[in-house]
Write a protein that binds this ligand. Structure first.
Ligand code: ADP
Ligand code: MG
Length: 607
C-alpha cells in the first residue's frame, strides 16, 4: 500500500459537555485541535438549547441570544438536571426561567409549550450539534467519542451522559472525569515528570477537586471530592440577590417576570466577568453597580466551601498537603482572582494555569480518545469512583461494598443470607453515597433474586457482587451459592433506559438510536397514562360519595381524553394529557385526604 492512499483514519473525538459551555476536540498526529466553526470564531459552544414554536431545535450562540427574549423556551444549565428527579431539584427550580414538571421522584422533564423534554434528550441535542460541527470541519463522519463528566457525578448522572451520547449517534467509548482529563492535558508534554497535583475545577454549575499522582505516564487518582451544585451560576445568584436587595425587588416579582429575571442574570454574569479584570462594574449611581470589594465579600463563603472540600480530598488521599507540588486551575470561574489567591494560599503550591481553563478538559478527553484509538501508549489512566456503593441491609442501613475512592474498574462482593425460614426471594436494593442510612443516600435501583430453594433462615449463602467498569458505571450480580441461582442487572438509573435496551439500539445501528428512543418514549408514556386511567377510575369509585357533579364530569372528561391519547396520541400529547389530568385532579386528591381525616375524626367523637 502506498502512503497517502489509505482510507482516512477514523477520528475519535473528545467532548467536554459542560454546564455552561461545551466543546469538541481531537488529536491530529499528537497535536490537540480544538474545533471551531470558522477562522476567528469561538471554540466554546454555549450549552443552551432553544426550542421553536414548531418544535425545531437551535443550539449554541444562536440559542443563547434568545435567553432574554424567549426565556421560557430557552434551556440553559441542563447538565444540572441530568440524572435528577424533580424532588432532587425542587429548591433549585425556582432559579430557572423555564418550567420543570413536578413528578416527585420521577426523572425531571422540561416543559416547553405542550412538549416535554428530558435532560438526556436536550444534552443529546448539544452533542449532536458538536458532532455536526466537527463533521463539517473535518469532512469526516464521526461515530465515536470520549465524553467527560464531573468527577463527583453519580451512577445515574454518568449513565444519563452516556445515553445522551447515544441519542446523538455517538458510540461513547469512555466516560472520564473532567479533572483527570485536565491533568492529561498538562501531562501531555511532561511524560517524565513525577509529581502530585491537585486539580481545582470550578465551572458554571459544578465544583470538583481531585488529587492525583503522575508517575512515568501513569495518572493515578488518589481521591476526589466536590459538589455538583456549586459553580459560577451560584456566584451569579449571589450578585442577583445583592442587587435585588438593594433595589427592593422581591422574589415573587422576579418569579413573575421572566424577562427581568433573565436580564438580571445576564447582567450579573457580565459584572462578575468584568470584575476579574477591573475594580468596578458600572458607575457608582447606576442601578446595577458593583465594586470588587463588595463582590469579594459576597463570594468569600463560597470559596471557603470549596476549600473545605479540598481539605477532605487531601485527607482521603492519605497524603500531607505539603506533598502537593502543583495546583491545576480548570473552569471559567477560576479566572476570578480571589478564588485563585485563596486556593493557592491554602495549598501553598505552584499554580498551573498556562493552558486555557476553558479548553483543558476537552483537550484531555481528546488525548484519552487518542489513547483508546491505540495511537498513544505512553499514558495510563487509573481513575477512582467518587462515591461509596452498597446495599440496604436490615433496618435501612447502608452496607458499603465498594468504598469511595476505589480504583476503577473494580469488582467486589460480600455474602448475605435470608432472615426467614423458607424464604425464596431476596430483594437487593443498591445505593450510592456516604451516609449510614440508605434513605439519606441515592438509590440506584433494586432487583429480586428469585427461586432460592426453601431453606431454614441463615442457611442460604447469597453472594452479591458489584462490578464497576472504567466509566464508573456499575453492574450487580447476586447468586445463591448452594443452588447456583443467579440474577444479574446493570444498575438501571431511574431514567429507565436499561443497558440491554441501549445495547440493542446500538446493534440496530447507531443511526436508528433516535427512532428507537422515540418508540420507547411513546410506549413509556402510554404505560404511564394507562396507570393514571386505572387509578382515576378507582378514585371515582372510592370518592363518589362527596364528588360534585362538575368534579365528576371533569374527571370523566379527562379520562376520556387520556384514553383517546393512549389510542392515537404521540409522546408529547400523551404527556400533556397526563399533565392536564394531574392539574385537574390534584386539588381533588387533597380534598379526598381531607375527607379521610374528617371521617377519621368523626369516628373518634362517636367513640
Ligand atoms: P462548565 O464546565 O460548567 O461549562 P466553564 O468552565 O465553561 O463551565 O465555566 C463557566 C463559568 O465560568 C460560568 O459561570 C462563567 O460565568 C464563568 N466565567 C467565565 N469567564 C469568567 C471570568 N473572566 N471571570 C469569572 N467567571 C468567569
Ligand atoms: Mg467544565
Amino acid at each position: 500500500m502506498k502512503s497517502g492512499e489509505l482510507t482516512k483514519k477514523e477520528i475519535i473525538v473528545g467532548i467536554d459537555l459542560g454546564t455552561t459551555h461545551s466543546l469538541v476536540a481531537y488529536l491530529d498526529k499528537g497535536n490537540p485541535i480544538m474545533i471551531k466553526e470558522s477562522h476567528g470564531s469561538n471554540t466554546l459552544v454555549p450549552s443552551v438549547v432553544h426550542i421553536d414554536e414548531d418544535g425545531s431545535v437551535v443550539v449554541g450562540d444562536e440559542a443563547k441570544a434568545r435567553l432574554i427574549t424567549q426565556p421560557e423556551r430557552t434551556i440553559y444549565s441542563v447538565k444540572r438536571l441530568l440524572g435528577k428527579s424533580y424532588s432532587d431539584m425542587s429548591a433549585y427550580s425556582k432559579d430557572l426561567a423555564y418550567e420543570l414538571i413536578d413528578e416527585e421522584d420521577k426523572m425531571i422533564k422540561i416543559k416547553v409549550d405542550d412538549r416535554f423534554y428530558s435532560p438526556i434528550e436536550l444534552s443529546g441535542e448539544i452533542l449532536k450539534y458538536l458532532k455536526n460541527r466537527i463533521e463539517r470541519v473535518t469532512g469526516q463522519e464521526i461515530l465515536k467519542a470520549v465524553i467527560t463528566v464531573p468527577a463527583y457525578f453519580d451512577d445515574n448522572q454518568r449513565q444519563a451522559t452516556r445515553d445522551a451520547g447515544k441519542l446523538a449517534g455517538l458510540d461513547v467509548l469512555r466516560i472520564i472525569n473532567e479533572p483527570t482529563a485536565a491533568s492529561l492535558s498538562y501531562g501531555l508534554n511532561s511524560k517524565d515528570k513525577d509529581e502530585t497535583i491537585a486539580v481545582y475545577d470550578l465551572g458554571g454549575g459544578t465544583f470538583d477537586i481531585t488529587i492525583l499522582q503522575m508517575h512515568e505516564g501513569v495518572f493515578d487518582v488518589l481521591s476526589t471530592n466536590g459538589d455538583t451544585f456549586l459553580g459560577g451560576d451560584d456566584i451569579d445568584n449571589l450578585i442577583i440577590e445583592h442587587w435585588c436587595k438593594s433595589l427592593n425587588i422581591t422574589e415573587n416579582q422576579l418569579a413573575e417576570n421572566l424577562q427581568l429575571k433573565s436580564s438580571i442574570r445576564l447582567k450579573a454574569e457580565e459584572a462578575k466577568k468584568h470584575l476579574s479584570y477591573n475594580d468596578y462594574y458600572g458607575k457608582q449611581d447606576d442601578e446595577f453597580y458593583l465594586d470588587l470589594e463588595t463582590f469579594n465579600g459576597l463570594i468569600e463563603g463560597l470559596i471557603e466551601t470549596t476549600i473545605d472540600k479540598c481539605k477532605e480530598a487531601v485527607k482521603d488521599a492519605e497524603i500531607e498537603k505539603s506533598e502537593i507540588d502543583k495546583v491545576v486551575f480548570v473552569g471559567g470561574s477560576t479566572r476570578i482572582p480571589l478564588i485563585k489567591k485563596n486556593v493557592q494560599s491554602y495549598f501553598e503550591a505552584e499554580a498551573f494555569d498556562d493552558l486555557n481553563p476553558d479548553e483543558v478538559v476537552a483537550m484531555g478527553a481528546a488525548i484519552q480518545a487518542d489513547i483508546l484509538a491505540g495511537n498513544n501508549e505512553d499514558f495510563l489512566l487509573l481513575d477512582v469512583t467518587p462515591l461509596s456503593l452498597g446495599i440496604e441491609t436490615l433496618g435501612g442501613l447502608m452496607d458499603v461494598i465498594i468504598p469511595r475512592n476505589t480504583k476503577i474498574p473494580h469488582a467486589a462482593g460480600r455474602n448475605y443470607t435470608t432472615s426467614v425460614d423458607g424464604q425464596t426471594n431476596l430483594k437487593v436494593a443498591v445505593y450510592q453515597g456516604e451516609r449510614d442510612l440508605v434513605s439519606d443516600n441515592r438509590k440506584l435501583g433494586e432487583f429480586i433474586l428469585k427461586n432460592i430453594p426453601p431453606m431454614p433462615a441463615g442457611i442460604p449463602k447469597i453472594e452479591v457482587q458489584f462490578i464497576l467498569d472504567a466509566d464508573g458505571i456499575m453492574r450487580v450480580r447476586a447468586k445463591e451459592l448452594r443452588s447456583e441461582t443467579e440474577t444479574e442487572i446493570q444498575i438501571n438509573a431511574t431514567h429507565g433506559i436499561s443497558e440491554e435496551e441501549m445495547g440493542r439500539m446500538l446493534l440496530d445501528s447507531i443511526q436508528n438510536a433516535e427512532k428507537d428512543m422515540k418508540v420507547k418514549a411513546i410506549l413509556e408514556a402510554r404505560n404511564e397514562a394507562k396507570a393514571i386511567v386505572r387509578s382515576s377510575y378507582k378514585f371515582i369509585d372510592q370518592n363518589k360519595a362527596w364528588l360534585s357533579e362538575v368534579e365528576l364530569s371533569g374527571l370523566n372528561a379527562h379520562i376520556k381524553t387520556l384514553e383517546n391519547e393512549i389510542e392515537k396520541g404521540d409522546k408529547d400529547s400523551i404527556n400533556k394529557a397526563m399533565h392536564d389530568m394531574n392539574t385537574f385532579s390534584s386539588p381533588l386528591a387533597q380534598k379526598a385526604m381531607d375527607e379521610v381525616i374528617k371521617s377519621a375524626l368523626k369516628g373518634k367523637t362517636l367513640e
